[in-house]
Design a protein around this ligand. Structure first.
Ligand code: NAD
Length: 293
């Protein structure tokens, strides 16, 4: 078998970010400084890292960013008020409320309060509908959009391929399945989840296997058809005393044993993660462009 291709999300994201930088400069020339607001409630350490890198990437591209940090005790009404004021703010084209939110806040209500034209996460029902309808004016959730961009840039043919997506969340699994089954990608898609029977057998059917579960190294070598393409969305912290932080990141795929069987695989970190941020920047520019029109 040919050596496994490691799909370098960092490098592919860098090319997307170069395009974004050029588009941001173009919009600024036309008199619109693209603006993204990122709202963080509480002090979840992983969320802080994500928000930090989103803001930093905006800065690198010339996109205006506003970080709004609120205490964990923020009420739902207060958060809704923040969202409403961002909806009305013409300097802000994209709004992202970092999840998870504290348990006393109804995440769904917050998502619905975001102006769908500024919903760069693509979680508002109007954007979910547009994804299902394959309407390009909608916003596609960043992580599955990043996975598709990765496949496309790597030249992986999805047409007629058997694709299996493990996970049915609205953030990754379901939109990923919709993108794979779209007329642009034309894969035959199975969505597996926590109640699926004989998950290894379902996975073994896949030419393209996407794991978005949140269980460290769950997908084993004998779940993977030789020559498959494996996209590992999972980001899991596991204890590692040898690291200064006390943990390391692993995916949902047992990388060491699975990689030798695959035609191509994404590493964790450095695979899907960087693509997610790049697609957020792309969505922010789409929002700025559409709000100018
Ligand atoms: P989620 O918890 O919302 O959904 C997990 C899904 O996995 C559920 O649909 C559930 O049915 C399924 N599942 C759970 N246990 C299972 C099992 N034993 N067998 C089969 N299916 C099972 O999670 P999510 O938000 O979709 O995220 C999934 C993973 O992706 C997490 O590790 C998360 O950190 C990661 N993630 C990464 C990025 C990125 O940028 N790379 C972005 C978002 C999420």
């Amino acid at each position: 078998m040919a050596p496994t291709r490691i799909l370098d999300g960092k490098a592919i994201a860098a090319t997307v970010l170069d395009e974004c930088r050029a588009e941001a400069a173009h919009l600024i020339n036309l008199g619109t400084v693209p603006g993204l607001a990122v709202v963080l409630v509480g002090d979840d350490p992983a969320s802080k890292v994500y928000v930090g890198s989103k803001v930093r990437t905006c800065h690198e591209l010339g996109i205006h960013s506003r970080k709004i940090e609120l205490p964990a005790a923020t009420t739902q009404d207060a958060l809704l008020e923040v969202v409403r004021s961002l909806n009305a703010d013409s300097a802000i084209h994209g709004i992202l409320v970092q999840s998870p939110l504290p348990p006393h806040i109804d995440e769904e209500a917050i998502v619905r309060a975001i102006d769908p034209r500024k919903d760069v996460d693509g979680f508002h029902p109007e954007n979910v509908a547009k994804l299902a309808l394959e309407d390009p004016t909608g916003f596609v959730p960043c992580t599955p959009a990043g996975c598709m961009k990765l496949l496309e840039t790597a030249g992986i043919d999805t047409h007629g391929a058997e694709a299996v997506v493990i996970g049915r969340s609205m953030i990754v699994g379901k939109p990923m399945a919709l993108l794979l089954v779209s007329k642009k990608a034309n894969a035959t898609v199975t969505i597996a989840h926590s109640r699926s029977k004989d998950l290894p057998a379902i996975c073994r059917r896949a030419d393209i296997l996407v794991a978005a579960v949140g269980r460290p190294e769950m997908v084993k070598a004998d779940w993977v058809k030789p020559g498959a393409v494996v996209i590992d969305v999972g980001i899991n912290r596991i204890e590692d005393a040898s690291k200064k932080s006390g943990f390391r990141l692993v995916g949902d795929v047992a990388y060491e044993e699975v990689a030798p069987r695959c035609a191509a695989i994404t590493p964790v970190p450095g695979g899907v993660g960087p693509m997610t941020i790049a697609m957020l920047m792309k969505n922010t520019l789409q929002a700025a462009r559409q709000q100018r029109a």
